[in-house]
Structure formats: structure tokens, C-alpha cells
Write a protein that binds this ligand. Structure first.
Ligand code: KIV
Length: 287
């Protein structure tokens, strides 16, 4: 199997996303939090890699994304950066890193760019983030917005329900998207919103929408990689299609290896190192 698909080798930069929307070309985004995953999804041809704060649930086993720290994102980002060469690299700003004031938010975003190698940051919120988005863009930091279900608001929202289900809420989402675009965001994640609203937002914006649980009309689709390859636990949201069951594959591999060890079938001679003939002969002479 050829792992590398070099049909689209050129590096993805921010302007390419809008150009793809103008051409009606769909793009794809996946999460990664480590070097091997980054390499695999990058070499497969994924356009955007998101070092998401979903790292909290997926990697660290937290109940939600609230505890995720800048250092946790930064450490994952550095590993992902080493594994990704083509995809646009976006880093999530964790809860609490852009909430105190604009200067501190800029400092944290700069850290992700300068130390982690992020090419853009993502943050959650609509109209309440407009001034911050403008400020970050003034400092040459490209921003991806995120509206609809914003997991960092889990305590305020009281769970992870579909957002924008009433006419009033839907209208608010449409306005938020426009405000983020006007503030300079280069793309906006729409998470868990009715597909009709995602379609209206997508059609009304010049910048691309990045859908997760938001239907087929979004310009870009994003999923948490671990969900779509069967490496996560618990009930999957209805929008996740599982394309592989790596948990099953891994369990089988581990079980087979344990059995081989216990039966004396691992390691074989081929999987260990023999003494060179000369040393063997000398040892025989001495003993
Ligand atoms: O953290 C994350 O993985 C995300 C995506 C689900 C968009 O924000």
C-alpha cells in the first residue's frame, strides 16, 4: 500500500481555504495530538490539522475540555508540527487562555504560533469575541471561529445539545457568523447545528464553514480522528461515521502478543540476537 498520496502536494495556507470555497471544492480537517497521527493524516492528504482541545477528552480522559491547559496544547502541537508538512496547522485556544484580557490572549496565541508552530488559532464564541478576533488579526494571527455548540460553555449550556433550534437562536447564530467574518476570521466551525442553518450560514459567508454535526452543506468537514477510527470510548455522537475500529485491531494485536509470550513463541531467534561465531567458539574453548 502506498501511504503517500502526492496528487496535491502543495502546502495549504489560509488563503487556499477561501479559494477552495470559491471553486466549490470541499476540504477536510481532522484532529491530531501526536506525531504519528499527524503524519498519517497529513500524508493521506487531509487539508487542515486541528490540535483541538478535544485532547482533554480523547487523550487525557477528562470529562470535558474545561481543564485543558495551554501547555497541554503546546506540547501536542510541537509533536504534530514535526509530523505535518502539507496541512494547515490550527491550534485550539483552551478555556481560560483568551478570557482574561486581550493582551494575555495575544500572548497565549503568540506562544502557540512562535513555540508550537501553529499557523492559526481557533477560539469559541460569536459576537462576544469580535473585538478579540480583530485584535489577534491585527497581530498577524489568523483566527478560526467556532459557534453553535461550544464545548467550553458546557456548564453554561448544561450539556452538549444541538444549538440554534428555535428561530431566535438560529437568527443569532447567523448573525454571529457574519460578525466573525466581518471581524476577520478566515473560517468558522459550526458544531451541532441544524443542517438548514448551516446551509444558510455557509451560503451567506464568503469565508468557509467547517461543519461537525452540521450537515453536508458546510464547505469543510471536521471530525475528531479518534472517533472516526474507533479509538474513543463511550457512545459516539450521531454525526460520527466510524471508518475503522482501531480499538479492536489493537486489542487483537495485544492479545496475540501476550499469547505468544506465554506459549514461548515470542521472541523467535529471528527476533533476538545471536552471539557471533568467533565469540561462541572462544566461549566454548574456555568452558
Ligand atoms: O477540539 C476539537 O476537536 C474541536 C473540533 C471538534 C472542531 O473543536
Amino acid at each position: 500500500m502506498a501511504y503517500l498520496k502526492p496528487d496535491k502536494p502543495e502546502k495549504v495556507y489560509v488563503p487556499a481555504l477561501r479559494a477552495a470555497k470559491e471553486k466549490g471544492e470541499k476540504l477536510v480537517c481532522l484532529t491530531a495530538y501526536d506525531y504519528p497521527t499527524a503524519r498519517i493524516v497529513d500524508e493521506a492528504g487531509v487539508d487542515i490539522i486541528l490540535v483541538g482541545d478535544s485532547i482533554g477528552n480523547v487523550i487525557h480522559g477528562y470529562d470535558n475540555t474545561i481543564p485543558v491547559t495551554l501547555d497541554e496544547i503546546l506540547s501536542a502541537l510541537k509533536a504534530v508540527k514535526r509530523g505535518a508538512s502539507r496541512a494547515l496547522l490550527v491550534a485550539d485556544m483552551p478555556y481560560g487562555t483568551y478570557h482574561i484580557n486581550a493582551d494575555e490572549s495575544v500572548r497565549n496565541a503568540l506562544k502557540l504560533m512562535k513555540e508550537g508552530g501553529a499557523e492559526a488559532v481557533k477560539l469559541e464564541g460569536g459576537r462576544n469575541r469580535v473585538e478579540l478576533v480583530k485584535r489577534l488579526i491585527d497581530e498577524e494571527i489568523p483566527v478560526m471561529g467556532h459557534i453553535g455548540l461550544t464545548p467550553q460553555s458546557v456548564h453554561k449550556l448544561g450539556g452538549y445539545a444541538v444549538q440554534g433550534k428555535t428561530a431566535v437562536d438560529a437568527q443569532r447564530l447567523i448573525e454571529d457568523a457574519k460578525m466573525l467574518e466581518d471581524a476577520g476570521a478566515f473560517a468558522i466551525v459550526l458544531e451541532l447545528v441544524p443542517r438548514e442553518i448551516a446551509k444558510i450560514v455557509t451560503k451567506s459567508l464568503k469565508i468557509p464553514t467547517v461543519g461537525i454535526g452540521a450537515g453536508t452543506d458546510c464547505d469543510i468537514q471536521v471530525l475528531v480522528t479518534h472517533d472516526m477510527i474507533g479509538m474513543s470510548f463511550g457512545r459516539l455522537p450521531r454525526f460520527v461515521r466510524q471508518y475503522a475500529n482501531i480499538r479492536e485491531v489493537m486489542t487483537e494485536a495485544v492479545t496475540n502478543w501476550m499469547e505468544d509470550v506465554k506459549n514461548g513463541n515470542y521472541p523467535s531467534d529471528k527476533e533476538s540476537y545471536g552471539l557471533p561465531a568467533e565469540a561462541k567458539a572462544e566461549l566454548n574453548r574456555k568452558s
